[in-house]
Design a protein around this ligand. Sequence first.
Ligand SMILES: *Cc1c(COP(=O)(O)O)cnc(C)c1O
Length: 377
Amino acid sequence: MKFLSYGHQYIDEEDIRAVADVLRGDWLTQGPSVDAFEKAFAEYVGTRHAVAFANGTAALHGAYFAAGVGPGDEVITSPMTFAATSNAVLYLGGTVRFADMDPATLCLDPKKAGEGITTRTKVIAPVSYSGYPADLAAFREAAEGSGAVLVEDACHALGAKRGKIPVGKEADLTAFSFHPVKHITTGEGGMVTTDSDEYAERLRLFRTHGITKDPTRMEGEPDGPWSTEMQVLGFNYRLSDIHAALGLSQMKKLDRFVARRKEIASLYDGLFSSVRGLDIPPGHEGHAYHLYPLRVPAERRKEFILKLKERGIGGMVHYPPVHLHPYYRKNFGWKKGDFPEAEAFYSREISLPMFYGLSNDDVMRVAEEIRSIADAG
Ligand SMILES: *Cc1c(COP(=O)(O)O)cnc(C)c1O
């Protein structure tokens, strides 16, 4: 019996050919395939710009940099996320201000985020957790008058929509990841989308060491055609053409990938909604279902995970709340009880298998095992 992990990439022969074509060509590092991938991505999301990065964490780092985060600046985000969302703030010398999640959406609570705003707030960073599109309008309203920039961590939410508008369009800057468990993969990779020419320029500068080769953008008179200028402290965060070719090929399948994830979620919802002690994830028309976070009774969560594993099913937990990691506790003094909603959610959560290649039989198998474990309690 095949082991079902919680997430898995889907790669076909077309993807393999696209990568092989790049390897046979002249460009390996950032080149024409990155340009084409960025263009297709911006078109999909509906923004003027999409700027590719080496991974989703680098994309977040770039987005915060573009928004102007530096020492003394505060960024408000959810403790119910992958540590990269807040780590990238620390890379820039910024200060992380967590606000609790809303159990009704599993995303950062806009009201609590609003209450955390101070004169030093530079960014509010909602995380569209599990693919549920965070309520951007509510964050916009909360940020009103504060000057805070909205940076959405949409690493779970490629293909999600608010009404008819794709996630990636509405925040000032939106970061995506192409890690193999995400909706599309490039192996490692990331992207930032924005409608702002100025942010896009800062993103491009940041991913290439802060160095520009464009004479029209230089601060001084260029010495000659060889001249480059380093204007800000950037990084080497380029995506390679090898990765981008895979991303471009995967984009063609994105709508299919998302549609299948929604089908799987609706099967799970139907199979679990009447089981005592289980809470299915909150629904939303535009949900992209990177994860299917089922809530089981907290005192039995470990038992569920261990029994599922014995039966060939890999449940995962997303996530240990970031504020409780030793690094965050030691350096910032956070402790248990600081964010009760995130902590309560964590104690009950199991991410069930959720990926394009999952068959209906696989879904039934997972559901039967979950129900039998629930019944045995
Ligand atoms: C995957 C992920 C990231 C980081 O992306 P990488 O490509 O792994 O660097 C950041 N935030 C969230 C919420 C993620 O799920």
